[in-house]
Design a protein around this ligand. Sequence first.
Ligand code: 13P
Length: 251
Amino acid sequence: MRKKVITGNWKMNNDLGETQNLISKLINGLSNETLSCDVIICPPFTSLQEAGLLIKNTPIKLGAQNMHQEGNGAYTGEISAGMLKNVGCEYVILGHSERRTIFGEKDELINLKIKKALESELKPIFCVGETLEEREKDATTKVVERQITVGLKNISSDEIKNLIIAYEPVWAIGTGRTATPEQAQEVHAYIRLLINRLFDVQTAENLVIQYGGSVKPDNAGELLSQKDIDGALVGGACLKADSFIGIIRSA
Ligand code: 13P
């Protein structure tokens, strides 16, 4: 049985004061709960260290939203895997559709980042998903297959144990338009089949596949009850403690 994982991707939101405020509300709100799922928060770089200190000795885990593929050097404005580990990160989101579309990240680059993260003992939350145009052209599985095949090139099944895949249809991100549970389940089942084909059945069975795209407390339960949906990668709804806790409760 796979444990569900709920991740909050804060994106470019929350300064230090807002970070303290949101985390203290989360800790208070969750203090009387026995969590049956894993909870990860991914604040912006400038809040990571503070967030790491605030969630110490709580069940909440820390992730970053991006990193550079090299260990160090003349890469102005970039952050390395080692730096993320150093401030307490256990996870890193890689290949998010906003990185792909706004910042031009390609599958090959994402593959290098995934390799670097795994080598540095950071667990990637590897995002894939099709655009609306690709879905309308019936290219969803083709796109997801390419993203995963290239993204996980030269990675071993042993390393996949430390990786989460997040299926985030681009048309559902920040639009209020969620994939139906059936639409999401169909792609999740396909991803598991693909991992079975690329690696092996055990790796596929153990893989956590999160769904992301307009997940809210009122749709989370149905999405999370699907056989191959093992968690959620939440954007907008993770910025308010109440709604993020609502989603955590549905898991
Ligand atoms: P929303 O939940 O705001 O649609 O964002 C999803 C997302 O991109 C999480 O990474």
